[in-house]
Design a protein around this ligand. Structure first.
Ligand SMILES: [Zn+2]
Ligand SMILES: [Zn+2]
Length: 347
């Protein structure tokens, strides 16, 4: 098969022929029809993820058709249209037993712990725990956009963030996950303040339901701008980029008893970042994380997509071939572009 491979961190990846994967005993091989290009792939390529061994194939936001199944898979067959959360759970550890597959103790992640989906085929483990059927009315490109950023945003806003109608929700960083969060928070009936340095990203945020926008490149203090627009601060705020600046701004833009959800990965491998803890204490703020979403939590999300209330398809702004993926991956660090790019390995 053809795949995007890199041999060294931060040096150009290339498309080459590699052996086809074989399904694990409990897993499947999926023919990849679409796979999203995400900032997490860029972090992996830069060497920010300790799970990656070289040479490596990135890619973790995929949808496609089952090509082959392992001997001990019971619920899926070749030909099924499927997607997966980027956290593939083991199904047996205490976290999985509690229904928290998104923080599984023995999780695998395509494109991180093993070769991913910037390839014509990808192997996925524990298929009966992790595979999500893709309804026929959902395109592969849209389904691919759900597995990481949209589902993570959904869990961050709805489950972790507990967004409620009428509340102010600030979203710092309007890339794929941030725009997803804007759309989901607006669908929850919240009033959304979108913050980004890119006018194009803010235009999309407005289109997806943001009531207010803050151009962080044009104001001295984005957190103060959020506090002024929201009459004292947001009830819920997300760092959807993952940087020391956006994390601190998200916390500083909250009102009393507000909730901060860290969604974007921080560039340091250990995730260390300065947080204004005096404000956390004095205002009794909550600090939360969000790490994807378990496969069993997808049906309500898929129903909202099917009904048209959520439109992840609108986030997909470009589709590229495998051959263009290496340069697009490198560009995610500096010029990620507005919206979500999907790679179509068979195009
Ligand atoms: Zn991702
Ligand atoms: Zn587990």
């Amino acid at each position: 098969m053809r795949a995007v491979v890199f041999e060294r961190y931060g040096e150009p990846a290339e498309v080459r022929e590699v052996p086809d994967p074989v399904p694990p005993e409990h897993g499947v091989v999926v023919r990849v029809e679409a796979t999203g290009l995400c900032r997490s792939d860029w972090h992996g390529w830069m060497g920010h993820d300790p799970d990656i061994t070289l040479p490596h194939v990135p890619g973790h936001e995929l949808a496609g058709v089952i090509e082959a199944v392992g001997a001990r898979v019971s619920g899926h067959r070749p030909g099924d249209r499927v997607t997966v959360p980027f956290v593939c759970a083991c199904g047996r550890c205490p976290a999985c037993a509690a229904g928290d597959q998104q923080v599984c103790e023995r999780q695998t992640q395509p494109g991180f712990t093993h070769w991913g989906s910037f390839a014509q085929y990808v192997a996925l483990d524990h298929a009966d725990v992790n595979l999500i059927p893709v309804p026929p009315e959902l395109s592969f490109a849209t389904a691919a956009s759900l597995g990481c950023r949209f589902a993570t945003a959904f869990r961050a806003v709805v489950a972790q963030g507990r967004a409620a109608p009428g509340e102010w929700v600030a979203v710092h960083g309007c890339g794929g996950v941030g725009l997803s969060a804007v759309m989901i928070a607006a669908a929850c009936g919240a009033r959304v303040v979108a913050v980004d340095v890119s006018p194009a990203a803010l235009d999309l945020a407005r289109r997806f339901g943001a009531a207010e926008c803050v151009d962080a490149s044009a104001v001295a203090d984005p957190a103060q701008a959020v506090r002024e627009l929201t009459g004292g601060g947001a009830h819920l705020s997300l760092d959807a980029l993952g940087s020391p600046g956006t994390c601190a701004a998200s916390v500083e833009g909250l009102r009393r008893r507000g909730r901060h959800v860290q969604v974007g990965l921080l560039p340091a491998p250990d995730g260390l970042t300065p947080v204004p803890m005096a404000r956390v204490i004095g205002l009794e703020l909550e600090l939360l994380g969000s790490h994807g979403m378990a496969a069993h939590a997808y049906p309500p999300l898929l129903e909202l997509v099917r009904s048209g209330l959520l439109r992840p398809d609108l986030l997909v702004t470009s589709a590229i071939t495998l051959d263009r993926a290496p340069s697009a991956l490198a560009a995610m660090g500096s010029a990620p572009g507005a919206g979500v790019t999907v790679v179509e390995p068979w195009a």
